[in-house]
Ligand binder design. Structure first.
Ligand code: HEM
Length: 452
């Protein structure tokens, strides 16, 4: 019989350098297994697969990469190649002027003022999530529930509705894409030769086709109506013009950007929420504290934008969940020119891994890093956290454009659910953190759910 666990689940890092074959296996199983134990203790780790790579966990070096010398560190071409079939040269994958004007085009949608205006949609989604939990019969798998909730919101924001989407089919295609293309391409990061089979690549192509067909149908429907009346993300993209060249997005650009927004806009937030609920099911005192705070403010109704500043602990829980389980657990960059990071020479042709999972559990930066402690993010404690030691949304000019949106959505949903339901572990066997492109709990977060 298993005892009731007290610590959040983690992985056991390897203590000796991996051979190429071991790296290949680890990359296929779980990207987190590529991170060696010393990465949790040292600012930089350097190794060699077929070329030299570095893992950076040093806040000052990360500031140089994301901000001070940002032009020297474009996104990894391997990562871009891996995403291109699904999202083309869209905002996330483009560089230079092509990036700049797309960012200008979508930024207004995510300005705080506009995000506030989207809150009622998020509140309605939280109500629907509550109804589904009431109907679930005492237990539910939270990743699935949270994916459904956040998918509702992004479809409203992006396309003003989901009538062209079968959420289950789309979500299954996303999972297949991440698990197949995501894992296969990691071998490319390690410069593993082409003759090593990438079995996922073909399955991944099918998933892309499914997703594109659904998004294309929604865009076609909008073109057939009168674009311009919906004031959603799709309208903004169709209307967007480069102020310098007058260039507007091609039909393909619109498709690729919509595809990216729909995936990025709900999957990551759903994972932050699922991990938050698991952590609260492990720490019943913290759960009680969150519930009391939410109940005092909400008194039975679902949360809205104006409630959030009165419920700081809810936000702290989500921030702490994203410290332990950053939905984007690792990024990669290609250095353009020679530089020095954390005292080490970096050269073009080498690969930089930015393992946020290890940064957020680093022994030099965090006390008792593997423990769940939302008070790390209390207003006073937060002031002492270096901006570059906690990077769930990245930083600098390429910082996540949807960060405000994601936080508001997560807080509205978590506050509403925690004020109404009690969450407990359905089993003492905890899910494992597994990263393909995002960091998911494997095999899911099954919790006992009862009305509070
Ligand atoms: C908890 C939720 C989220 C997390 C953890 C997250 C994380 C990130 C990270 C780490 C980056 C930086 C990538 C890099 O520098 O290579 C990023 C960029 C981006 N995210 Fe998010 N994201 C979240 C939610 C969202 C949402 C809700 C949207 C949109 C609806 C969104 C849209 C984007 C876009 C478009 C970019 C690229 C920005 C650019 O390159 O200019 N994300 N996100």
């Amino acid at each position: 019989m298993l005892d009731r666990p007290t610590l959040p689940p983690t992985i056991t890092p390897h203590t000796r350098p991996l051979t190429i074959l071991q790296s290949v296996r680890a990359a296929r199983r779980n990207v987190l297994e590529l991170i060696p134990e010393i990465a949790y203790q040292q600012p930089i780790v350097t190794g060699r697969a077929t070329s030299r790579w570095h893992m950076i966990q040093d806040p000052a070096a990360l500031k140089r990469i994301f901000l001070d010398n940002v032009d020297n560190y474009p996104k990894s071409q391997t990562m871009v190649r891996m995403l291109r079939p699904a999202v083309g040269d869209s905002l996330f994958t483009s560089e230079g002027e092509a990036w700049r004007w797309q960012r200008r085009a979508v930024a207004p949608v995510f300005a705080q003022r506009n995000v506030n205006a989207l809150a009622p949609m998020m509140t309605a989604t939280a109500e629907r999530a509550s109804e589904r939990l009431d109907a679930a019969g005492g237990a539910a798998e939270m990743v699935r529930e949270m994916l459904s909730a956040t998918f509702d919101v992004i479809c409203e924001v992006a396309l003003s509705g989901r009538e062209h989407f079968d959420g289950e089919v789309y979500a299954a295609a996303i999972s297949r894409y991440f698990e197949t293309v995501g894992r296969a391409s990691l071998l490319d990061f390690l410069h593993v030769p082409d003759w090593v089979p990438r079995p996922g690549a073909i399955a991944g192509r099918g998933a892309v086709k499914t997703m594109h067909a659904m998004v294309a149908e929604a865009i076609a429907a909008r073109r057939a109506e009168a674009p311009g009346g919906a004031d959603d993300l799709l309208d903004h993209m169709m209307k967007a013009k480069d102020p310098e060249t007058g260039h507007s997005m091609s039909a393909e650009d619109v498709l690729h950007n919509m595809q990216f927004f729909i995936v990025a806009g709900h999957e990551t937030t759903a994972l932050a929420l699922s991990w938050s609920l698991l952590l609260l099911a492990l720490d019943l005192d913290a759960q009680e504290r969150a519930r009391e705070e939410a109940r005092a403010v909400l008194a039975g109704r679902a949360a809205g934008a104006d409630d959030l500043s009165k419920m700081p602990f809810i936000g702290q829980v989500i921030e702490e969940a994203m410290r332990l389980y950053p939905p984007v657990g690792m990024l990669a960059r290609d250095p353009r020119e020679a530089d020095v990071l954390a005292g080490r020479d970096i050269n073009p042709g080498e690969v930089l891994f930015l393992p946020f999972y290890a940064l957020h559990r680093h022994h030099l930066l965090w006390e008792r890093p593997d423990r769940f402690d939302p008070d790390r993010f209390s207003p006073e404690a937060r002031r002492k956290i270096d901006k570059y030691q906690y990077l769930p949304f990245g930083a600098g000019p390429r910082v996540c454009v949807g960060a405000n949106f994601a936080m508001m959505q997560a807080e509205i949903i978590l506050a509403t659910l925690i004020s109404r339901f009690r969450f407990d572990l359905a089993s003492f066997a905890l899910p494992k953190p597994v990263m393909a492109m995002t960091l998911r709990p494997d095999p899911g977060v099954r919790l006992a759910v009862t009305r509070a």
